[in-house]
Design a protein around this ligand. Structure first.
Ligand code: ARG
Length: 584
């Protein structure tokens, strides 16, 4: 249920505006920019004054004299040129907080327009090591998948595996060069397959004939050559196994494991459709769709290359057709770095000309790169691409240093400590990524990510664990959470913050921007910390005040846990620290 405090104020405002004959489109409040003056403010009088040619302060005064009659109002004032400042009664905020604490969605509503969204993220490639770019796409995609699902959309996350391009022919050619045939292919594991790819890559860069061979093999594979297909299937299976393991470590999940290859048959249909509709042309033996109309000329979509093969454009256009026809997608969102911006512009324009996705929202969300301290894309020490596995291991090593060793604390053996290490390491990596706006890049700095203080994943996990510990103590003392009473200013500030959840989640959904959730999470944890320092719980005795504070603390714990969940991060029940050899 949407339990924003604004709802009640807005409803009253709409009545008043109606009564005064004012345009109700301006009858709404927003969280105040001046928390010292008010909780909410309405700037409607200013907007109305312009069209009505009236003094905005007069309009505001008329609204205020009606608003005064509302039972939720503590104080009202008209400030500056005509801002209405509203302070709410403590009891009203407290009652709403009780409702939020009892609501299973913690006061968060759902979308008014539920629809089916296909998310295309991850995008790893067969036989190529996953790098930090695939990390970002996976981490952001998983967060959006959870946010979209939570607000009530029907979400399908698809990995869109790169399994159909020239690299496939390159690897197969390399294996044949070594073995003379493909008989041994099924004995190769992912490490060996990756090696073949690396060698093939070097060879094809230097040797034009090797490149030509790889191209021919790719074309034969795509044409359905049975031996090549069987060998390719093994490469794909092994890769998918390894990719799944990698993403599982990061708790990045997919509903579908479709790849470019699954679009192959539809590619043929797309080429035929383009011809029938007269949108394609044959140009130097290739089939293309020209896009140069308008003031910004763009390179054409290439549907079929002069050697007969399909392209990355073709598979993406065909995949859109499948997502629309078979999956009934109403919105499709892609997550890649900016190097593919032109690609998606071309694909979306091609789709529009073909008319295969009418009324379907197509969005490409571009993320910034993960950089090293030198400001350039993050590399290993020897200058290679940093792969995902190494990165996770590095983060775990770092976290392990902050935790007690297995066996040092009763009940925490190897398995328990390692579970905690993974949870914290993943939180460190993911939160760092998601706290930045998607389109900005960031510097990969493990020392900062894994800190237990500051705007980090472990800090939020730690805040949750501290509250868990308070809740356990309260339970042991028979203290139960009960109705919220707001006395101290810190209690009031915290309750107002908790009531903002619905807006935070909805904005993150609308803007496809998990950093909105990360920002709120951090600021809520800080607000809680201020509250907790000023408003002790256990030392307040077994009183109504202690029970009220306990309810606030529990609610903060639940909200923080939900926020981390939406970011794809698990919160351990207990967090240990090496220096004090135990729980805080
Ligand atoms: N496999 C691609 C890469 O590694 C990313 C795929 C993105 N999704 C898509 N539908 N093209 O760059």
């Amino acid at each position: 249920m949407n339990l924003l405090l604004e709802n009640k104020i807005n409803a009253a405002m709409a009545d008043i505006f109606n009564q005064l004959g004012l345009d109700t489109r301006f009858a709404f409040v927003k969280v105040s920019d001046r928390p010292d003056l008010s909780d909410f403010q309405c700037n409607g009088a200013l907007a109305l004054a312009k069209t009505a040619h009236k003094n905005p302060r007069e309009i505001a005064a008329a609204i205020v004299s009606e608003l005064q009659k509302c039972d939720f109002v503590e104080t009202l004032s008209v400030d500056g040129p005509g801002f209405i400042n509203i302070k709410l009664k403590n009891e009203f905020i407290a009652q709403n907080t009780d409702k939020i604490a009892q609501d299973e969605r913690l006061g968060c509503g759902t979308t008014e327009n539920p629809h089916r969204v296909v998310l295309d993220y991850g995008g790893p490639n067969v036989a190529k090591e996953m790098h930090v770019g695939h990390l970002r796409s996976g981490v952001i995609g998983e967060a959006i998948r959870r946010i979209e699902r939570f607000i009530g959309n029907d979400v399908i996350g698809d990995v869109h595996l790169g399994d159909w391009g020239t690299p496939m022919g390159m690897i197969l050619a390399e294996i044949m060069r070594q073995d003379g045939n493909l008989d041994k292919v099924t004995t190769y594991d992912i490490a060996q397959i990756t090696e073949f790819y690396k060698r093939a890559n070097i060879r094809c860069k230097e040797d034009e004939t090797a490149k030509e061979t790889a191209r021919k093999i790719t074309a034969a594979l795509q044409d359905g050559d049975a031996v090549l297909r069987a060998a390719w299937q093994h490469l794909r299976n092994e890769s998918v196994k390894a990719i799944k393991e990698n993403y599982a470590k990061l708790d990045v999940n997919f509903d579908l494991w479709w790849g470019e290859s699954d679009a192959h048959e539809t590619c043929g249909k797309i080429v035929e459709l383009a011809r029938q509709k007269g949108v394609s042309k044959v140009d130097n033996g290739a089939v293309i769709i020209r896009l140069e109309e308008g003031n910004k000329p763009k390179p054409p979509v290439i549907l079929v290359k002069s050697d007969g093969g399909y392209t990355y454009h073709t598979t993406d256009i065909a995949t859109i057709k499948m997502r629309v026809d078979d999956l009934k997608a109403q919105e499709i969102v892609y997550f890649t770095d900016s190097r593919q911006a032109l690609h998606f512009e071309q694909v979306f324009e091609g789709v529009q000309k073909l008319g295969i996705a009418p009324n379907v929202g197509l969005k490409h969300i571009v993320f910034g790169t993960v950089n090293g301290a030198d400001g350039k894309p993050f590399k290993t020490r020897d200058g290679g691409v940093m792969n995902l596995e190494t990165l996770i291991e590095m983060s775990k090593d770092k976290v392990r240093q902050s935790l007690p060793k297995a066996g040092e604390i009763e009940g925490y053996g190897e398995a328990e400590i390692e579970k905690m290490v993974s949870q914290i390491a993943v939180a460190a990596i993911k939160f760092q990524d998601l706290k930045n706006t998607i389109n900005s890049g960031y510097v990969f700095e493990l020392d900062d990510f894994a800190k237990f203080e500051g705007k980090t994943g472990p800090y939020i996990q730690y805040a949750i664990a501290r509250i868990n510990s308070v809740l356990r103590k309260a339970q042991a003392n028979g203290l139960e959470p009960a109705n919220v009473v707001l006395q101290a200013p810190e209690e009031r500030t915290l309750a107002l913050k908790l009531a903002q959840l619905h807006n935070v989640v909805m904005r993150a959904h609308q803007e496809k921007e998990p950093s909105i959730i990360a920002d709120y999470t951090y600021s809520l944890a800080q607000t809680f910390s201020t509250f907790y320092n000023a408003c002790p719980i256990m030392s307040a005795g077994n009183t109504a005040l202690a029970s009220s504070r306990l309810r606030l603390a529990k609610l903060v714990r639940d909200v923080l846990t939900l926020m981390l969940y939406l970011l794809g991060i698990e919160a351990p029940e207990v967090m240990l620290k090496a220096e004090n050899k135990g729980e805080e």
